[in-house]
Design a protein around this ligand. Structure first.
Ligand code: AOS
Ligand code: ZN
Ligand code: ZN
Length: 426
C-alpha cells in the first residue's frame, strides 16, 4: 500500500478554499499580535515523530485483543503503514523498531523501502522483558538486575546485538526499558538490584557508538507491582550520569504516578542537558497508552511549553528522540496514531504561540494572573489552520483522519493482506 501524490492533491481540492479562509484569518490575527507565522509553520513542518513498530497492530490488554484486520504481518508491511501515516500527516518521518520483534531479513531492501517513503530509523528498542525462543536464560526474575551473572550477561549481549542491528539501519540511539523489579516486599535487595543494573548498563554503554545515545526509560510499576528498579527520573538520571555523556533519561508520559508534575521534570532534565528521548501517550490511571491528548490536553500543552523553552534556551541538551508510545485496542491503530500525531502538533503549535518575553516579564513582576493569561491565551487559540498549512507545505493532506477514511485505507489493507494477519508486538 502506497499513497500516490495525485490521491492527496485530489483529496485536498475540496477543502482548500475553506482552509485558505481560516488560515488567512488566523495568520492575520497572529501577525498583528507580533507572531512570525511563517516560522511557526516551518517549525511544525520540521517536527517529526517516530512511530513504534509495535503500535501498528491492534493493541491488547491481558484480557483480550481484537484485531482491526489487515494488520501488517512483516517488517516491510509495518514500514508501509508508517509510510501511509507519513504521506497523510507529513509528521511521521521515522520508525522505532523493537528487537527481536522486528529483525530485518534483508537490510538493504528494508532501508530502500524506508528511504522511498521518506522514513528514517530512530531509536532501536531492546527487549529483556520477555523470554525469547531458544534463549538459555530466563528473564522471569529480571534481566540487567538479575542476581544471576549468566542472565545479566545474556541481557547485556542482547542490547549489544540490538545496537548492531540499529547500526546497519542508520539508527542513532538505543532505548532501554526494563521491567526489572519485584512483586513482593523482600523479594529483592533494592541496592543489589540497582547496583547490578548500573554495572550492566555500563557494560552496554561501552558498546554505544560515539555518535549514538543510550536512552534510559523509567517507570514506577508494571509488570512488577511492588518495586521497579528504574522507577523514576531520579533513578534514570543517576544511571545516565554513571554511564557517561552519551547516556540520557527518556520520559514516557504514562510512566508517572498520578498528578506528577511532568513539565517540571522535563524542564530540569533539559537544564542539566540530560533529556534524551520522549514517549508520547496519555493516561487516566497508569501506563494506559491512550491516544495522545485524549485525556489531559492542557497538561500536554504545559509540557510542550517547557520543551519549547528547553529547545530554545538549553543548547546543552541534545535534540530529542520523539516517539509515540500509544496503541489501543478499540481503535484502528492507524487512526489512533493519526489522532496522536495531530494532538502532538497541536500542543506544539500552541506552545510556540506563548509570548516568552511577556511571560518572563510577568514572572519577574510576580504578576501571577498575567502569567496564567499568557499561557491560557495561547492554549485557547484554535491552531488547526497552522497544522493544515504545515502539512500542505510538505505535500500532506488537510485532514488526515478524513482522508484516511475517504481513501478507505483500512479496506485497501484488508484486501491486500487479508483479515487474519497479526502484527508482532504487544
Ligand atoms: C513500557 O511500558 C515502555 O513504555 C516501553 O517504552 C515500550 O512501550 C515497550 O518497550 C514496548 O514493549
Ligand atoms: Zn515507553
Ligand atoms: Zn509504557
Amino acid at each position: 500500500m502506497k499513497i500516490q501524490k495525485e490521491q492527496i492533491s485530489d483529496y485536498n481540492k475540496n477543502g482548500l478554499e475553506s482552509h485558505n479562509e481560516s488560515f488567512d484569518f488566523l495568520a492575520n490575527k497572529l501577525t498583528k499580535e507580533g507572531h512570525d507565522v511563517t516560522s511557526i509553520v516551518s517549525k511544525l513542518a520540521d517536527f517529526q515523530v517516530a512511530i513504534p513498530s509495535w503500535a501498528l497492530g491492534a493493541g491488547g490488554t491481558r484480557f483480550g485483543r481484537f484485531s482491526f484486520y489487515g494488520e501488517p504481518s512483516s517488517l516491510e508491511q509495518k514500514i508501509e503503514d508508517v509510510g501511509v501515516l507519513h504521506a497523510l500527516t507529513q509528521t511521521a518521518g521515522a520508525v522505532s523498531l523493537h528487537i527481536p520483534w522486528d529483525v530485518p531479513s534483508d537490510y538493504n531492501a528494508i532501508k530502500e523501502l524506508a528511504n522511498g517513503l521518506d522514513i528514517k530509523f530512530d531509536a532501536v528498542n531492546s527487549n529483556t522483558f520477555q523470554d525469547q525462543k531458544n534463549a538459555k536464560e530466563s528473564y522471569k526474575y529480571g534481566s540487567l538486575s538479575n542476581t544471576s551473572e549468566a542472565v545479566r550477561q545474556q541481557a547485556i549481549q542482547h542490547n549489544l546485538d540490538v545496537i548492531n542491528i540499529g547500526n546497519k539501519l542508520g539508527s542513532k540511539a538505543l532505548t532501554v526499558w526494563l521491567s526489572d523489579g519485584s512483586c513482593f516486599p523482600g523479594q529483592n535487595n533494592f541496592q543489589t538490584a540497582f547496583q547490578n543494573t548500573q554495572d550492566s548498563l555500563k557494560d552496554i554503554y561501552k558498546g554505544v557508538p560515539d555518535d549514538w545515545k543510550l536512552l534510559i526509560e523509567y517507570k514506577p510499576y508494571e509488570p512488577n507491582f511492588y518495586s521497579t528498579v528504574i522507577q523514576d527520573w531520579g533513578a534514570s538520571l543517576m544511571l545516565a550520569n554513571e554511564c557517561g555523556e552519551k547516556a540520557f533519561t527518556l520520559v514516557d508520559l504514562g510512566h508517572h504516578l498520578p498528578n506528577s508534575n511532568i513539565e517540571q521534570i522535563v524542564s530540569i532534565l533539559q537544564l542539566k542537558g540530560k533529556l534524551g528521548g520522549f514517549h508520547f501517550n496519555d493516561s487516566k490511571y497508569g501506563d494506559d497508552d491512550l491516544t495522545v491528548g485524549s485525556i489531559k490536553p492542557y497538561a500536554l500543552f504545559l509540557i510542550f511549553n517547557e520543551l519549547v523553552y528547553g529547545m530554545e534556551n538549553n543548547p546543552q541538551n541534545p535534540d530529542l528522540a520523539w516517539m509515540i508510545d500509544a496503541s489501543h485496542n478499540v481503535k484502528d491503530p492507524l487512526e489512533d496514531l493519526i489522532q496522536s500525531l495531530e494532538a502532538i502538533q497541536e500542543a506544539y503549535a500552541k506552545a510556540l504561540l506563548i509570548d516568552q518575553n511577556a511571560l518572563k516579564a510577568a514572572q519577574s513582576n510576580n504578576d501571577v494572573v498575567k502569567c496564567q493569561e499568557i499561557l491560557q491565551g495561547a492554549y485557547r487559540t484554535d491552531v488547526r489552520p497552522l497544522l493544515e498549512k504545515a502539512r500542505l507545505n510538505r505535500g500532506g493532506v488537510l485532514s488526515p483522519i478524513n482522508a484516511y477514511r475517504a481513501l478507505d485505507i483500512r479496506g485497501g489493507l484488508i484486501k491486500e493482506r487479508g483479515k487474519n494477519t497479526i502484527a508482532t508486538g504487544l
